[in-house]
Design a protein around this ligand. Structure first.
Ligand code: GCB
Length: 618
């Protein structure tokens, strides 16, 4: 009898441990981990153990108790770059690391934060299943306080998988989708997989500041900072301090339920902008003023973003966005975070005279936004909604919509306080057809349904954040009426490359006419969020020919010349800052997209020098 109870218990506990559909709560990523007298952070970056699970037997064999016969892997890192034998592998893998957790964190809540696991992740701490997350390029966190061995080694195991599927965002393996590629992504960048960003442990007091939302405005010389604080625990009051002005501004905050709001006025405000990216420091404390239980500090830029018929306005002045679409991409690193690469890319953008970029095609590592805040870059923050379409199997579509809604929440929760982000981009080139750029026929009912589904995403973004502009990027031959939803008309165009190949003049004519048409119809400012041509570095021709550096330069010049003639064009983003890795396919020589004005290892092509002359002069 005893024996069978024991067996039953073991069977039950192994069921409990084996997997867990406890989803992470997006609120737990609302504030990035910081170290101060009340909070701790421990970065778990390093070399972890790694094991491929191509038969998906790991759970059954209880690998979550500890991996055997492993190889080493860098975290952060993309497995497809570290292991040549796993370049195209997108299936199950397991990661393991160990860490001490000091007992002086014991009276706190301890979270595990994974800054990106592409695409699904299951987490075990000391053999106990903690939870599950689905989606890439956004962090997630779990409260793991209950599972920790204090002052001892703790085993952290993460199971990851990145299968491409029409049920996911970004979409993959779409029948009849774009062009045939390996891997079969429905988007044009390599599906780098794994723990691409850092993994951290952090602790907060048991009563703690859960979220802070800073919204800014100004009246003449007085800055207005609205600070919304959400807390956990029974404390009913707190304090807010703003540093950086003529004197420290202080205000108390009262909580009703767990929410508190304070409006702070900053006399003689220094507005944030590209020329003077001035940042104030906002400090929030919880509980007694002299002896608070929790403290959180963040940077805030006071600025206002608006729009008129012809321009995006920053602090009531028109701004012109000069810049790029980019990718988190580099040899060996794949898509993994690297502060050196972030700094380098900002240096290159500044060298060209750029003031702006779009986080194509996913939210970036957060250091990008910290840099942009400090350096005065104007950022379009984009969701991972690339290759998104609203047709076909309703179940798949519902899953994609669910993924999109979650991404929007996670992205805005994480990024909402960065003054550099002036616009949210709901999706890149969404379509009411499954095939990118396809001219095919869609039934009216389906068109209507697609519009309504897409509109829901816009509404969600606007309801989470009414202080920024909202747009999406329209594809060639895509549905035009969707621009009714946006504040700014943004289009990616390659007339003179994918169409009228070799004929820049015809391409430039086409873009000129199209811009006029769009502005006449919608009376909104327009921007070209992508334009460019592939160029093999070192390939030259006297008369510009496709794939030469001269053609790329002349293509970019022709589009910029067209934009210069139109006072309603509010920005031009060249595609791309640097060459990047993508799936193999007929139009991707060597598995690269070569539209970078810098090579993949960041050496300038002719077009980069051209932009430097043109943009530095502006
Ligand atoms: C686009 C896509 C981008 C591609 C680019 C190209 O419109 O948004 O992801 O890489 O075209 O080079 O074809």
């Amino acid at each position: 009898m005893k024996h069978s109870i024991l067996l039953l218990f073991l069977a039950f506990s192994s069921l409990l441990n084996s997997q867990n559909d406890n989803l992470s709560d997006p609120k737990d990523i609302a504030l990035s981990p910081i170290q101060n007298t009340k909070r701790n952070v421990l970065d778990l970056s390093g070399i972890w153990k790694f094991k491929k699970d191509s038969l998906n037997i790991g759970v059954k064999e209880q690998w979550y108790n500890g991996l055997t016969k492993t190889r080493s892997i860098a975290v952060p890192g993309s497995w497809n770059e570290q292991f040549d034998d796993m370049r195209d592998y997108l299936d199950w893998v397991w990661y393991e690391t160990e860490t001490y957790v000091p007992s002086n964190w014991k009276d706190q809540k301890v979270f595990l934060r994974v800054n990106d696991a592409t695409y699904t992740a299951n987490i075990w701490i000391n053999g106990i299943s903690v939870g599950y997350h689905e989606g890439c390029h956004v962090p997630f966190a779990f409260d793991i306080s209950g599972y920790i061995n204090w002052d001892k080694k703790n085993k952290i195991i993460i199971q990851v998988e990145n299968q491409l599927s029409p049920e996911r965002v970004p979409t993959g393996n779409v029948k009849g989708g774009s062009f045939e590629t390996l891997p079969a992504s429905n988007y044009d960048f390599f599906p780098y997989s794994g723990l691409n960003r850092s993994v951290e442990l952090f602790s907060v007091p048991k009563s703690f500041i859960r979220d802070i939302t800073v919204k800014t405005d100004y009246n003449e010389y007085v800055g207005v900072i609205d600070i919304n604080v959400e807390k956990i625990g029974s404390y009913k009051t707190g304090n807010v301090y703003v540093y950086g002005g003529e004197k420290v501004i202080e205000s108390s905050i009262k909580f009703i339920e767990n929410q508190g709001v304070v409006k702070v006025e900053v006399p003689n405000v220094r507005l944030w902008g590209p020329k003077d990216p001035f940042l104030y420091t906002v400090k929030v404390t919880l509980g007694d003023k002299r002896n608070p239980v929790d403290i959180y500090e963040l940077k805030a830029g006071v600025r206002k973003v608006s729009v008129n018929e012809k321009s995006i306005l920053l602090n009531d002045e028109p701004v012109f966005l000069k810049g790029f679409g980019r990718h988190e991409d580099f040899p060996v690193l794949g898509r993994s975070s690297s502060n050196s690469l972030i700094v380098k890319d900002f240096e290159l953008m500044k060298w060209t005279g750029a003031n702006s970029f779009r986080t194509t095609h996913y939210p970036y590592d957060e250091e990008n936004y910290n840099m942009a805040d400090r350096e005065g870059f104007l950022v379009i923050g984009e969701t991972p909604g690339v290759g998104l379409y609203f047709l076909g199997d309703p179940e798949s579509m519902e899953k994609r919509q669910r993924a999109m809604k979650r991404y929007i929440t996670e992205m805005i929760y994480r990024d909402k306080n960065h003054p550099s982000i002036i616009m949210w981009c709901v999706a890149n080139e969404p379509n009411d057809k499954a095939q990118l750029g396809q001219m095919g026929y869609t039934e009216d009912n389906d068109k209507k349904m697609a519009y309504e589904e897409f509109e829901k995403l816009f509404k969600q973004v606007r309801s989470l954040d009414a202080t920024r502009l909202v747009m999406y990027v329209g594809v060639m031959f895509g549905p035009v009426d969707w621009f009714n939803l946006t504040d700014v008309i943004a289009i990616n165009r390659y007339w003179g490359w994918y169409s009228s190949p070799g004929d820049i003049k015809t391409g430039a004519n086409a873009i000129s006419k199209e811009l006029d048409r769009l502005h006449r119809k919608f009376k909104k400012p327009c921007m070209i969020t992508e334009f460019g041509a592939d160029a093999q570095a070192g390939l030259h021709a006297v008369n510009p020919e496709m794939f030469t550096e001269e053609y790329q330069k002349e293509f970019i010049k022709a589009y910029l010349d067209v934009a210069d003639e139109k006072d309603f064009v509010t920005g031009m983003h060249v595609w791309n800052l640097a060459d990047f890795k993508t799936s193999q396919g007929l139009i991707r020589f060597g598995g690269y997209n070569l539209k970078g004005v810098f090579t993949r290892d960041r050496r300038p092509k002719l077009a980069a020098w051209f932009l430097r002359n043109r943009w530095k002069e502006l």
